[in-house]
Ligand binder design. Structure first.
Ligand code: NAD
Length: 483
């Protein structure tokens, strides 16, 4: 596959290049080899994108929702037809195994395009009767949206932001992560091919400075970021200065509580999906696994047996179930946390090492006897490092699970129905799971509380974050005035 894109940016319906920008090497994480080069957007490229997005938006916003939706649904169909090639490209970009990318990336992007394409026709305001007078609300687009992505789900993020923005009649400029710049260009190509008018979905490449230049531009009305909490703070503050709408999808350190009556096999599956899918590079991962002391040994034994079945290797091989980390930097961060875990007294029970050879591989890693104050139990690692903590009492574990600055997700495994719902109600998290983990269907709202974010993506809730209501007052009789 030719992984070098036609050009670095996609603006106003066409590929655009400006080699004056800083070159960004795209590295295949499985080998460490360079597979493409893109150039960071120059001020001229940023200007072109903003001008195009601004110019195209009004006519798009004036179309009917049915017309807009038809284009999005057509794009979803094209995306599904090309799933194989898009998945290969995503694997090159991220290093995630084809076994995952073929079912979780372009497919999830297509789901978002289809879902919001379907919803577009039903977006309405409401009629509010006030005696014989009345008010009606118009649901209007925000204008120009900026989407800024992380590197773990590049296609998905490009669609999760683009689909609701476009369904609501906005235009969007998307800046992918500099680590994974390739697949968003394919999303733009597909939307254009499906009939999206030029200028409505633009992609510009670059590091944080390019994102910052977009966020601070007065022509931008909304910013949606997927990234870390420190970046979120900066972007939120910059957006606040211009009083822009924001959605912040940030990091987490989510808990999974496994009670003594839980099905061990299912809870081990939850812990595996919630720690090792995408080599642990998932924002909602349940990296603090609280296991009831009565079943701790059984849980850890079964977990180790199941981890022995992980197939670590060439991500293009459909049998491979555990790929490399996205970059040398991310590998080093995760290995650094493993050293910290050991030095602070956690007991390493599985893995713990980098894997020699080409690429950025490491072993799935489990620490037991982790305590709440240890660094590995407090900070987001964003790698395949699971911390297992002991507990015996529900109230106590609940307080410990919630004792974190984050609040993205949380899971509970138990056969006790009342306890499951009680725990879910008491979790301080945007998404909770009962006897499952890390599902993220487009039909359900997704987002964080506390430092994990602001706003919700997916579902009907996302419409509120990509449109605004205008109230129109209508008086049927004469109007009164004091003089
Ligand atoms: P990051 O914060 O380093 O970067 C995210 C994006 O922000 C990148 O595109 C980057 O170029 C851009 N950026 C950096 N500084 C900026 C600035 N000052 N202004 C504008 N843009 C700027 O995050 P990352 O390392 O790419 O991704 C990992 C993080 O993302 C983790 O914390 C993870 O939890 C989080 N994440 C969250 C979700 C979610 O939905 N909640 C999903 C995936 C990843």
């Amino acid at each position: 596959m030719n992984t070098q894109p036609t050009a670095s940016h996609f603006i106003n319906g066409a590929y655009v290049e400006d080699t004056n920008g800083t070159p960004i090497d795209v590295i295949y994480p499985a080998t460490g080899e360079k597979i493409a080069t893109v150039y960071a957007a120059t001020p001229d490229i940023i200007e072109q994108a903003l001008t195009a997005a601004r110019a195209a938006q009004a006519a798009w916003g004036a179309m009917t929702g049915t017309e807009r939706g038809r284009i999005l649904r057509r794009a979803a169909d094209i995306m599904r037809e090309r799933n194989h090639d898009l998945s290969i490209l995503e694997t090159y970009d991220t290093g995630k195994p084809y076994q995952e990318t073929s079912v979780a990336d372009a497919t999830s992007g297509a789901d978002a395009l289809e879902y919001f394409g379907g919803l577009a026709a039903s977006l309405t305001g409401e009629h509010i009767q006030l005696g014989e007078d009345w008010v009606y609300t118009r649901r209007e687009p925000l204008g120009v949206c900026v989407g800024i992505g992380a590197w773990n789900y590049p296609t998905q993020i490009a669609c999760w932001k683009g689909a609701p923005a476009l369904a609501c009649g906005n235009s969007i400029i998307f800046k992918p992560s500099e680590t994974t710049p390739l697949s968003a260009l394919k999303v733009a190509e597909i939307l254009f091919e499906a009939g999206l008018p030029a200028g409505l979905y633009n992609v510009v490449q670059g590091m944080g400075e390019v994102g910052a230049a977009l966020v601070t531009d007065p022509r931008v009305d909304k910013v949606s970021l997927t990234g870390s909490v420190p970046t979120g703070r900066k972007v939120y503050a910059a957006a606040a200065d211009g009083m822009k709408h924001v959605t912040m999808e940030l990091g987490g350190k989510s808990p999974i509580i496994v009670f003594e009556d839980a099905d061990i096999e299912n809870s081990v599956s939850g812990a595996i999906i919630g720690n090792f899918y995408s080599s642990g590079q998932v924002c909602s991962n349940g990296t603090r696994v609280f296991v009831h002391a009565d079943i701790k040994v059984a849980f850890l034994n079964r977990l180790a047996e199941r981890l022995d079945n992980a197939v670590i290797g060439d991500p293009m091989d459909p049998e491979t179930s555990f790929g490399p980390m996205v970059s040398k930097r991310q590998l080093d961060i995760a290995l650094g946390y493993i050293e910290k875990g050991k030095s602070e007294g956690a007991r390493l029970v599985y893995g713990g090492n980098a894997i020699d050879g080409k690429g950025f591989y490491m072993q799935p890693t489990v620490f037991a006897d982790v305590t709440d104050d240890m660094t590995i139990a407090r900070e987001e690692i964003f790698g395949p490092v699971m911390s297992v903590l002991d507990f015996t009492d529900e109230d106590d574990v609940m307080a410990r699970a919630n004792d974190t600055e984050f609040g993205l997700a949380a899971g509970v495994f138990t056969r006790d129905l009342s306890r499951a719902h009680r725990v879910a109600a008491n979790f301080q998290a945007g998404t909770c799971y009962i006897n499952t983990y890390n599902d993220a269907p487009v039909e359900a709202p997704f987002g964080g509380v506390k430092n994990s974010g602001v706003g919700r993506e997916n579902s009907k809730a996302a419409i509120e974050h990509y449109s605004q209501l205008k109230s129109v007052y209508v008086r049927m009789g004469d109007m009164e005035a004091p003089f």
